[in-house]
Design a protein around this ligand. Structure first.
Ligand code: GAP
Length: 604
């Protein structure tokens, strides 16, 4: 089903989202604002259910992960330490004709004949005005099937934008270009040279707009976790390995927001920073470091797990999460970043991709997928950076390490110390610490292992709520046929959300609106279920129409109160209702008293 979905399907999905109030443009009455989206009643519940389930599996059901809810605006030094002020930038280019902006690294390479012009001067058409000359070169890549005159006209338009009234082109020459990213794929015009653009939204704290009051809207939630690591570890009495997780808004001034909500400027993240022992510490305590073997989940965490096992564990946990909320394994891709793609501090990163209808197709013709989440092994880079910039220690004291170290023979101590020293020295040298100072500090840090002290490493599963909500919507969208009132088959749009994350869990319908006894009973059923789940009460229109509305909303269950419920057909059916399943459209008769437990079991 996933592979057959095309961009045409995407258009229908976007239109359904608007029609059903799942997602629509922010500030729509003013024409919208690019890269910002609002979630309507159904969308808000869908997102809430996704976040609640993530929170449940990531912290509530675990002893080793605790939560955090930090501010969006933080001390600007945080972004210096994390590297965002200097390196969180994308290369951007502008079209010289339309002024439209693109990310340089997303321009498709093109080949063809480029027309180059060295400039232009005003001709007779500019009479009356002072004739102008423009010496700025301009180029145009002629689209296939177009005549050379097309390129010349585009060049004239460019020089008109430069103030010439009647441009006469100068110095025309042509060139065959191969795989060039210098031209706008949408119209062939030359693009500006790439310039780096920092993606952080800047603001000022307090009334004075001066350099010392600059602050940023966070571009990720992760940094607050690192900055508060010591406090959270202390108050929660957690010992490494343990994690801190957070859900919250993040902001990126994306150059080119696109694909509906997929790349937005304001979005939500669900991030876990799971702190682990460095491998040298694991080896000192457990006598060795386990290595991943084969595919699949590595099982329950063990004391001899180093970063590779923990990384594998979190990749598998996260894949399981997506399956638990209804994304089939076949719709997901586990992409291991190549060494040249990794961030300089990362040891490994797995991107979990979903095969969106707008994804490109790979060599086999399959949708290649787009990133939902990255699971990164980030070494001790983040905590080390905050230690360096804040001057506050980010080390932990590990009782077990201290005890184990005392029992190691001298050779082992020397080997582990040397490895740890080398890793720390390499980090410090990378941060431009002078060689001698780096060596001295790394030696001190390596010596501290004996006392049970080190900076923890981290595994980071970082997911986007909005991308996930979009994946769930795309995955749920289905067109099939269902019988109308007269039994005639008609087209039906049904959102097959997993009951676990469906915005509305059950709809309650009195068979007829004008029979007070039916309405009173239906309201009783609604009130019975409402404290336990999201219920939608609907008494408007024919029952078939009401079912159809709920199918489109993705409501997995429908409860109808009819005359049997009132006992009009005998005592045996009294206080029973029909329970309709959205996907099979089958109806079963259920006692009202059994409804709460039965439904709760199915939406858990
Ligand atoms: N702390 C690591 C981090 O932020 P990231 O890959 O930049 O890593 C993590 O972001 C996740 O956040 C992505 O996998 C994606 O789901 C979501 N995300 C990032 N940029 C986004 C955007 N512009 N719009 C929507 N979601 C975005």
């Amino acid at each position: 089903m996933v592979e057959s979905k095309s961009n045409d399907v995407m258009e229908r999905i976007v239109s359904l989202c608007k029609r059903k109030g799942l997602v629509f443009q922010s500030s729509e009455i003013y024409g919208g604002i690019n890269g910002f989206w609002d979630y309507g009643p159904l969308g808000a519940d869908l997102k809430r259910n996704v976040k609640d389930y993530w929170w449940r599996v990531m912290t509530r059901l675990r002893d080793d992960v605790v939560g955090l809810d930090a501010t969006i605006i933080m001390h600007p030094k945080i972004w210096e330490a994390s590297g965002h002020t200097t390196t969180f930038a994308d290369p951007m280019v502008d079209c010289l004709l339309t002024k439209k902006r693109y990310r340089a690294d997303q321009i498709e390479p093109q080949s063809g004949v480029a027309y180059h012009f060295s400039g232009a001067e005003d001709g007779p058409g500019a009479s009356g005005d002072k004739p102008k000359t423009c010496g700025e070169p301009y180029s145009f890549l002629l689209p296939e099937g177009k005549h050379a005159e097309y390129a010349r006209q585009a060049a004239k338009n460019f020089y008109k934008l430069r103030g010439l009234k009647d441009p006469q082109l100068l110095g025309e020459r042509t060139e065959n270009v191969q795989n060039s990213t210098r031209y706008n794929p949408e119209n062939g015009s030359l693009l500006t040279e790439p310039r780096l653009f920092n993606l952080m939204f800047k603001t000022y704290v307090g009334p004075v707009e001066s350099a010392e009051n600059v602050a940023y809207l966070r571009p990720e939630t992760a940094q607050a976790i690192f900055a508060q690591f010591k406090t959270v570890a202390e108050v929660s009495r957690q010992k490494v390995p343990f994690g801190i997780c957070q859900i919250g808004k993040a902001f990126r001034n994306e150059i080119n927001p696109r694909n509906f909500t997929f790349r937005s400027r304001e979005f939500e993240q669900m991030e876990l920073e799971f702190f682990i022992r460095p491998d040298e510490v694991v080896e000192a305590i457990a006598g060795g470091v386990a290595q991943p073997e084969g595919a699949g989940h590595p099982g329950k965490p063990q004391p001899n797990w180093g970063w590779q096992m923990w990384h594998k564990y979190w990749v598998e946990e996260r894949l399981a999460f997506y399956e638990e909320i209804g994304l089939p394994r076949a719709s997901l891709v586990e992409y291991w970043q190549k060494p040249e793609e990794l961030a300089h501090y990362a040891r490994a990163t797995v991107d979990i991709l979903y095969r969106f209808p707008f994804s490109k197709r790979d060599d086999k013709g399959e949708l290649a997928g787009e990133e939902l989440e990255g699971v990164a092994a980030r070494s001790d880079f983040d905590l080390s950076q905050h230690q360096r910039f804040s001057g506050k220690s980010m080390t932990v004291f590990d009782e077990e390490l201290k005890a184990a170290w005392a029992k190691l023979d001298e050779e082992k101590k020397a080997a582990l110390t040397a490895r740890y020293f080398e890793n720390r020295r390499a980090y410090l040298v990378k941060t431009n610490e002078p060689a001698e100072r780096a060596e001295k500090q790394a030696r001190q840090e390596a010596a501290a292992l004996a006392g049970g002290s080190y900076v923890p490493h981290v595994i980071e599963p970082s997911a986007g709520v909005d991308r996930l909500a979009l994946a769930l919507i795309c995955n749920a969208y289905c067109e099939d046929e269902a019988p109308d009132e007269k039994g005639k088959l008609e087209k039906r749009v049904v959102m097959r959300f997993s009951p676990r994350i469906a915005p509305v869990k059950v709809a309650v319908f009195p068979l007829l609106k004008n029979r007070p006894e039916l309405v009173a009973k239906a309201l009783q059923v609604r009130d019975l279920l409402r404290p336990l789940m999201t219920v939608y009460y609907d008494d408007g229109g024919a029952i078939g129409r009401r079912y159809r509305r709920q199918d489109e909303a993705g409501t997995p269950f429908g409860v109808t109160i009819d005359f049997d419920t009132l006992g009009e057909q005998g005592e045996s059916l009294k206080d029973t209702v029909t329970l309709r399943d959205r996907d099979t459209m089958k109806q079963t008769r259920v006692k009202i008293s059994e409804l709460p437990a039965l439904l709760q079991e199915r939406i858990r």
